[in-house]
Ligand binder design. Structure first.
Ligand code: NAD
Length: 268
């Protein structure tokens, strides 16, 4: 993809899951990467494994000082910032039982930390020739989910913030978009118990038009596209990378045409 090699990307949540896939994809495309995460061992191992320029910063997005460290590391090590990819999240959520502190924490990690990171990095992004921010939403931003209230609310909120950021940062040439994955299988699933994997795959098969979950590399491809020069006129958008999960209605993959129902009525 054009416009990625030689650029500098900050990836939050890059020590594991989809974030690690995004960090690897940037490195493979020749970008310099700064990973920010609270998982120190995994983050350091990923940075060490990379053959291109990759740094790990132990950074908790709830702490301003850590957000500053992320920005400073990119600028001091690599001379600037071109892309910010906001992948980190907490799934902690007890639905109707969630207390104020839990709501505060969910929004702090999934929303406020990322907003503060972009705010802090803005002067450097403005100096880039092709600055881009990619936020992470989720299919869950669109639906009511039993037992999950906080996480979907943070994801709906980041989509709105994406539009606001795109509006006001466009003056500096900064494009801001979001991706909206649905079920995305992680490495831990492949190495986990076969029974869990079978259950996951059976459910994913029913809940996506493409009859499977996505992969971290498929989500990473969409992120790189949004940062690349191929997406030079794309801003304020939310790109679904979801195998048709959200476009599918409540009847799922079942074919329920009135003619079929009438035929079934005659048959019985
Ligand atoms: N996996 C899915 O099926 C799926 C589906 C839809 C959307 N998403 C979105 O994709 C993104 C990645 O999801 P994932 O499943 O790979 O998540 P994950 O839990 O595997 O990874 C999230 C990362 O964020 C880090 N993190 C958590 N709190 C942090 C904090 N306070 N400061 C810094 N880092 C912190 C974690 O240590 C972890 O490395 C998330 O934004 C999620 O909402 C995932």
């Amino acid at each position: 993809m054009e416009g990625i090699a030689g650029k500098v990307a900050i990836v939050t949540g890059g020590a594991s899951g989809i974030g690690a896939g995004v960090a690897r994809a940037f490195a493979a495309a020749g970008a310099k990467v700064v990973i920010g995460d609270i998982l120190e061992e995994a983050g350091a191992a990923l940075a060490a494994e990379s053959e291109s320029d990759c740094r790990f910063v132990a950074a908790d997005l709830r702490r301003e000082v850590d957000i500053g460290k992320l920005v400073d590391t990119a600028v001091q090590a690599f001379g600037g910032i071109d892309f910010i990819v906001c992948v980190a999240c907490t799934y902690a959520d007890r639905g109707v039982e969630s207390g104020r502190a839990e709501w505060m924490n969910g929004f702090d990690v999934n929303l406020f930390g990322h907003i503060m990171l972009v705010q802090r990095a803005r002067p450097y992004l403005a100096r880039s020739s092709s600055p881009s921010v990619v936020n992470f939403s989720s299919g869950s931003a669109n639906f009511a989910l039993s037992g999950r209230w906080i996480y979907p609310a943070t994801k709906a909120a980041i989509e709105q913030v994406t539009r606001s950021q795109a509006m006001d940062l466009a003056a500096d040439g900064i494009r801001v978009n979001a991706v909206q994955p649905a079920w995305t299988a992680k490495a831990t699933l492949a190495s986990g118990p076969a029974e869990a994997r079978e259950r996951y795959n059976a459910l994913a098969g029913r809940l996506h038009m493409l009859r499977r979950a996505g992969s971290a590399s498929e989500v990473a491809d969409a992120v790189l596209f949004l940062c690349s020069s191929h997406a030079g006129f794309v801003t304020g958008s939310c790109l679904r990378v979801d195998g048709g999960h959200t476009a599918m209605g409540p009847q799922g993959l079942d074919r329920v045409l009135p003619t079929d129902l009438r035929a079934a009525g005659k048959a019985t």
